[in-house]
Design a protein around this ligand. Structure first.
Ligand code: SIN
Length: 306
């Protein structure tokens, strides 16, 4: 049995015309309609549940908590081999990373999405959903994964690199874990180890989770936003630094003020690929994580400190 959870996104989006790839309503369709668009799944042992019908640009911590709790519930059922989650592409890398850290995925948890709405002449959603179910059924599969465009990408390596192209995701320097060719799974590397190290956050109401923001370092940057984070009582800030995680001198001064006020400050790289190499420097580095993944990691670390 595979459980398909739906949370919205373009994969469940509808537009006024088959030619429209923008201006659609994300999350308009429920999970039954998504499955009905994939005839080869008919008759397969699949249980479906709509958890949310949202545009993932509006993703919030309460929905993350609900998704993690439903995923954990289904994974614990002996008859369930894996869980598929349909989601928007815009915050897919954040949700995938959050689930990796909060769910010990000893069975596969496969996120999938689409860049074109379900009403498009040639939508990418049905094939992606079919592939995601195939991966969730694969013997030995485990970990939190994303399946898009025939590629299988580990949650920690996933990043959205294009705002419009169907081929919108990259697997960073690690590369894809594998691919689906003619429906056959070809694995390049071992499945990721189950994680779930931050599951404790699910015991707390999402409204009480640590508040962490991302501030971008750029030419001419002012310290205003970082100082505002301190004034607003945030718990942490990730600076999306330039290049290999370098930070404008004005932001570094503000980071010192923030640390003195009790905030935890990390730095990541605003480059699409590569992260931060080396952990020297004035502010702790978030390694290979994208700034938005680093925000999740810092939030969960602060939560686990109590
Ligand atoms: C969304 O992220 O929910 C909308 C955009 C998409 O799925 O491509």
């Amino acid at each position: 049995m595979i459980v398909v959870l739906a949370s919205g996104g373009t994969i469940a989006g509808t537009a006024a015309s088959a030619a429209a790839h923008t201006g659609y309503r994300a999350g308009a369709l429920g999970v039954a309609e998504l499955l009905a668009a994939v005839p080869p799944l008919a008759g397969q042992a699949i249980e479906a549940e709509t958890v949310a019908q949202m545009d993932s640009c509006d993703m919030d911590h309460a929905t993350w908590a609900a998704l993690a709790i439903r995923v954990r519930f289904h994974l614990a059922r002996a008859e369930v081999a894996g869980v598929v989650l349909t989601h928007g592409t815009d915050t897919l890398e954040e949700t995938a990373f959050f689930l990796q850290r909060t769910v010990a995925a000893v069975k596969p948890v496969v996120l999938t999405a689409a860049m074109r709405p379900a009403t498009a002449l040639s939508p990418d959603g049905p094939q992606n959903l079919f592939d995601a179910v195939s991966v969730a059924r694969a013997p030995g599969a485990r970990g939190v994964l994303a399946v898009l465009g025939g590629r299988i990408i580990g949650a920690g390596d996933l990043r959205k690199v294009h705002g419009y192209r169907v081929d919108a995701f990259d697997a960073g320097d690690a590369g894809a874990l594998g691919l689906l060719a003619d429906g056959e799974l070809q694995l390049h590397r071992a499945w990721p180890e189950p994680d779930g190290r931050a599951a404790v956050v699910l015991d707390r109401p999402p409204q009480s989770w640590p508040r962490v923001a991302v501030v971008l370092s750029h030419a001419g940057v002012e310290a205003t936003l970082l100082d505002a984070a301190v004034a607003a009582g945030l718990d942490g800030v990730v600076i999306a630094g330039t290049g290999n995680g370098t930070v404008h001198a004005r932001l570094l001064e503000a980071a010192r003020r923030a640390e003195l006020a009790g905030l935890t400050v990390w730095r990541a790289s605003r480059c699409w690929l590569g992260g931060v190499v080396g952990d020297g420097g004035p502010v702790p580095a978030a390694g290979a994580l994208t700034p938005v993944q680093a925000r999740v990691a810092l939030m969960l670390e602060l939560a686990s400190r109590g």
